[in-house]
Design a protein. Structure first.
Length: 587
């Protein structure tokens, strides 16, 4: 699927590509015609002392040169437009593909590599596409034409040109064979360096807090040195091949002049033909040099297209089901959820199931809290409800229907999630909240912020809801980011609201106010809260207790305190810790 990728994109711009190819052909014809006309100037004009011959063929040479220049300008303009358009289309298609990635695809290729493929690799493909239309088509035409026309000048002398062509072709084949794996390794080294830089930038505050700047510098130095070594290795073939080809070209030119002089002494060739043959020899050798560069560029582009094709071949998100999701007044007609003997293992992971034989049910309008130790499978339940993954076995039902039978976009349009790590984007506060509902009015934005207990600090900012947020919200605190993220989830007014440890950075009073606001959402909305706090979970209608991927308890707070030792142990540890912090006596 590698170089086929270029054919697909060239097919979108067939007419300008064919026009550029025609211009290249005409330009090559003009270049090839020049030496023949020059031979006529020498043989018919200068050799015979006829000024009319010099002027006639000289004028023709000038006209051919002018036409060639016009064709060259035209194909350069077309090549630039088409190649840049191909690059833009390729970047657009890559981004659209990444937006459709299944979670397994997102896990397969790290973000640093994706960035490299969308920038460096697409730039290489764009450059190669432009090169095809500018010079890559011209070089073979001029090479073959020069050999044919040089042979027409003198058959015996043309033996030199054939010998040189064979030697250079052998050099090109070896260069391609040795270069490809080196360029592939170079791109991997670029991926690694980008990943190191990206990880450092994402955790720059943590690096400063732990004083590990020297360690990070060493990591970058290792990645940078590896990229340097691969860069040198990949260029080494060209470094050796170019002077070897130049040496062969020089030998060929010297042989052509020597044997040409011998034939001239024997009156077997005219001076003009020797001059034309020498120029054709130079054109042919220059074309072979260009072809060498073409194949080196081809090797680099082949490595890039292989990486781009890998992205385009990744698995898409789940296709839409064949059913129609029952929607009434913008919400699910029945927004209850249930898990029936569900088991799931992350693809490409350790192979240990993240959840095993999980069964529970929550009726429409009820609130569910999921609690348990770290790694017990709490967040995995959220990802399955959003259908980022499909269960290995068992049935997940939404609104009484298996989730796999429902249209994917409709399911996610009716589910809102507030993630454990709030992700904000560069833009205003209002724009970040409107991510949940792009068409929301100002009043709805303010109401969502009020329920999320974010209105106060937002209005205290210089421009209120129009205050600018930096990328990832680095200019506000963790608790403020969580409250804006909660407002984003609330404004969507989804039938199912998932809070994945979304209040972990809030104090108890603020969390209680958010909880009261959620309690007033009404029976049209089911709320799932993932938490590690019993003081958060205890206010939900139902509590699911997870441990090692299994359900060890399901019921109300009172029922679990009496009948679930795991929940009771978590509750006692948290209550005792809280009392100890206040100076009280643990029971």
């Amino acid at each position: 699927m590698q170089m086929q990728l270029l054919r697909v994109y060239f097919a979108r711009y067939k007419l300008p590509f064919l026009a550029a190819a025609a211009c290249v052909g005409c330009e090559a014809f003009c270049d090839l015609l020049g030496p023949t006309l020059m031979a006529r100037v020498i043989n018919e004009g200068i050799e015979k002392g006829a000024l009319s011959g010099v002027l006639l063929y000289g004028a023709r040479m000038g006209l051919v040169t002018l036409l060639g220049a016009c064709f060259a300008v035209t194909r350069c303009v077309l090549a630039n437009r088409v190649s840049q358009r191909i690059g833009a289309d390729l970047r657009h298609d890559l981004f659209a593909k990444i937006m459709r990635f299944a979670e397994s695809s997102a896990d397969k290729i790290e973000s640093g590599s994706l960035i490299t493929r969308m920038t460096n690799d697409t730039a290489q493909v764009t450059q190669f596409a432009g090169g095809i239309m500018r010079v890559f088509l011209k070089a073979p035409i001029v090479c073959v034409g020069s050999i044919v026309l040089a042979t027409a000048q003198n058959v015996r002398l043309s033996i030199v040109i054939y010998g040189v062509a064979i030697v250079i072709c052998g050099i090109v084949v070896l260069s391609m064979k040795w270069s490809y794996p080196r360029y592939a390794n170079l791109q991997k080294a670029v991926d690694r360096m980008n990943a190191v830089v990206q990880e450092y930038l994402a955790g720059i505050r943590l690096v400063k807090a732990f004083g590990t700047a020297d360690t990070e510098s060493e990591r970058f130095g290792g990645a940078n040195d590896a990229m340097y070594a691969q860069g040198v290795s990949s260029q080494m073939i060209i470094t050796w091949a170019a002077p070897v080809v130049t040496f062969v070209v020089g030998i060929g030119t010297a042989l052509a002049i020597y044997f040409g002089s011998q034939l001239f002494i024997g009156q077997q060739i005219l001076p003009g033909n020797i001059s034309a043959f020498t120029i054709y020899m130079a054109q042919m050798l220059n074309s072979l040099l260009m072809i060498t560069n073409i194949f080196n560029a081809f090797v680099r582009t082949r490595a890039s297209t292989a990486r781009i094709s890998e992205v385009l071949a990744c698995e898409d998100d789940f296709p839409a089901g064949d059913a129609v999701l029952p929607v009434q007044d913008g919400t699910l007609s029945d927004n209850g959820i249930s898990f029936d003997n569900v088991t799931f293992t992350y693809p490409g992971g350790s192979g240990v199931p993240a959840i095993q034989a999980l069964s529970f049910a929550v009726s429409s309008g009820e609130s569910l809290a999921v609690i348990g130790p770290t790694g017990s499978g709490k967040s995995t339940i959220c990802w399955l409800l959003l259908r980022f993954y499909d269960a290995d076995s068992g049935t997940i039902a939404l609104g009484g229907r298996p989730i796999q039978s429902l249209p994917l976009e409709a399911v996610r349009s009716q589910v809102a999630i507030v993630p454990q790590r709030p992700m904000l984007f560069s833009g205003t506060v209002a724009e970040n909240i409107r991510w949940g509902d792009p068409g929301a009015a100002d009043g709805a934005v303010r109401d969502a912020a009020h329920k999320a207990q974010a209105e106060g600090f937002i209005m205290a900012m210089e421009d209120g809801f129009e205050s600018a947020l930096a990328s990832a919200g680095v200019n506000i605190s963790g608790g403020q980011k969580q409250r804006i993220s909660i407002a984003r989830g609330l404004i969507k007014k989804a039938s199912l609201l998932i809070l994945d440890d979304a209040t972990s950075a809030l104090d108890a009073i603020t969390e209680a106010k958010v909880r009261d606001a959620l309690a007033g959402l009404g029976a049209h909305q089911t709320v799932v809260t993932v938490t590690q706090r019993c003081t958060t979970a205890m206010y939900s209608d139902k509590i699911l207790v997870m441990e090692n991927g299994r359900s060890v308890g399901f019921g109300t707070h009172a029922e679990l305190l009496a009948g679930c030792e795991t929940y009771a142990a978590i509750y006692r540890s948290q209550v005792d810790a809280g009392r100890g912090a206040d100076g009280g006596q643990a029971e």
